[in-house]
Write a protein that binds this ligand. Structure first.
Ligand code: 5GP
Length: 114
């Protein structure tokens, strides 16, 4: 896949407000937050979309979600609740083609989404 803005954040070529990092996952605040808490969890491995994930990457996908849940617990809003979202391709509203999980919290979320 081609490089994206998130690749540049991983390589520290552009700044981001990083809130969590391990060998495989990086998390940083969204530049245009849609809730009081809006953090993006990305794999350091460059996968463009959820469609590109392979069976061999199942554990990595799980780690993204677990990192989001751990963050929610650590920050104290896990019990109150939050939303995780993965947008895929055009109809999903994806704009950055490096797989990411949105973690949104701090306000009541509506369902269905717009
Ligand atoms: P998508 O629409 O692809 O699911 O989500 C991409 C998200 O990345 C958007 O919520 C957008 O605000 C965020 N974003 C785009 N460029 C940057 C950036 O340079 N830095 C950060 N922190 N977030 C970005």
């Amino acid at each position: 896949m081609g490089d994206t803005i998130f690749g540049k954040i991983i390589r520290r070529e552009i700044p981001a407000d990083i809130v969590y990092e391990n060998d495989e996952v990086l998390a940083f605040r969204d530049l245009n937050p849609q809730a009081p808490v809006h953090v993006l969890f990305i794999p350091k491995l460059a996968l463009a979309t959820l469609n590109d994930a392979q069976e061999s990457q199942a554990a990595l996908l799980g780690k993204l979600l677990l990192a989001a849940a751990d963050y929610a617990k650590r920050e104290g809003f896990a019990e109150r609740g939050y939303r995780t979202v993965i947008n895929c391709n055009e109809d999903g509203g994806q704009t950055v083609f490096h797989l990411h999980v949105h973690l949104l919290a701090g306000r009541h979320m509506q369902w269905p989404p717009g």
